[in-house]
Design a protein around this ligand. Structure first.
Ligand code: AVJ
Length: 324
């Protein structure tokens, strides 16, 4: 029994194996070798990420959740009769914290639209949320919000949630363009709730990406298993070192994999070997960290007003409420 089935709009374009292979191989062959961080999240990688969020050193998820929990009643006041749109809804645990603050009698007036690339996680979320919050309507949007950002036309005010500092995974120009797109699709009065990880003591930042248990290390190396699976390469993840450090100039944590020895990597999608030398690095992730000035800058270039910047006592994470 699969129970409640939400209405789902599907904007997902299926990529051919060749397109995926071209994307990965061009990154691997580039002078600064890299793999897009979207390839972290295969089944194993998604589980490893969940484990990361529970690590003592990895403060972002628990800090953001504590902020959401605390400010939910205030957020919910702006929510009457609204569409609640979440970009990258995942396991729906963050939106649950918001919905928990909605009075029972008002739940029927809330429409929740999870936007995600995983049909499975949308269906799962819809089941969990509708049974937990009777009256709630869930309308799923299956889309890659970087490629297809579309909010269904509505008379209702919208509250767009973009949690998890996912914005920090986009390079500056991409993040800039993305926020402009979001802002242009909002109507006057609509809100945007944006979760951002803040710049802080580099020791705290670096510890969060170099945990003692080695879960982040396993997560980083697993991207090679995911790539092997996607495009038939023969990477041996054990032949790499996990590297994660704060790049102060660009205000970002960088994750890399460093080759422990010379190696040749092949794939059925390319005739040429990929020759890696000992010490060569493959860049797997950027995780930008933000400051109050960045928030003001976002407001300036999008034209969205900053209504409130919520934060924890240490100022480690922020949740900004913008309004158009
Ligand atoms: C899910 C992208 C926010 O950048 O902190 C965690 C991913 N990478 N540990 C982050 C991640 C290594 C995470 N984001």
């Amino acid at each position: 029994d699969i129970g409640y089935e939400p209405q789902i709009k599907d904007y997902l374009e299926t990529e051919s194996e060749q397109e995926v292979a071209d994307l990965i191989l061009s990154g691997l062959k580039a002078t600064s070798r890299h793999i897009s961080s979207r390839f972290f999240y295969d089944e194993k990688g998604s589980l490893l990420f969940e484990d990361i969020t529970r690590l003592p050193e990895y403060y972002p998820t628990r800090t953001e959740k504590s902020i959401i929990r605390e400010v939910a009643p205030e957020i919910v006041e702006k929510l009457d009769g609204s569409q609640l749109i979440e970009l990258g809804s995942g396991d729906c645990s963050k939106i649950s914290l918001v919905l928990k603050a909605v009075p029972e009698k008002k739940m029927w007036s809330v429409e929740y639209l999870p936007v995600d690339v995983s049909r499975w996680s949308i269906i799962k979320s819809a089941q969990i949320l509708t049974s937990r919050f009777p009256g709630l309507t869930v309308k799923g949007v299956l889309a890659d919000f970087l490629k297809h950002l579309r909010f269904p036309a509505t008379d209702k005010p919208r509250m767009i949630c973009f949690f998890g500092s996912t914005l920090g995974n986009f390079d500056r120009p991409v993040a800039h363009q993305f926020l402009l797109n979001v802002a242009s699709m909002m109507d006057a009065g609509d809100h945007l709730l944006l979760g951002l990880d803040m710049v802080k003591n580099p020791k705290v930042l670096e510890a969060a990406y170099n945990d003692k248990e080695g879960v982040t290390e396993a997560f980083n190396k697993n991207i090679l298993n995911a790539v092997n699976h996607q495009i038939g390469t023969n990477f041996n993840p054990e032949m790499f070192l996990h590297r994660a450090f704060f790049n102060a100039k660009d205000k970002r944590i960088e994750m890399h994999l460093e080759a422990l020895q010379d190696m040749k990597v092949s794939s059925p999608f390319t005739e040429t070997y990929l020759a890696l030398k000992k010490g060569e690095m493959i860049h797997t992730e950027n995780s930008y960290k933000f400051s109050r000035e960045d928030i003001s800058e976002i407001s300036a270039f999008t034209g969205l007003k900053v209504k409130e910047v919520y934060s924890d006592d240490r100022g480690w994470f922020s949740l900004t409420c913008f309004q158009k």
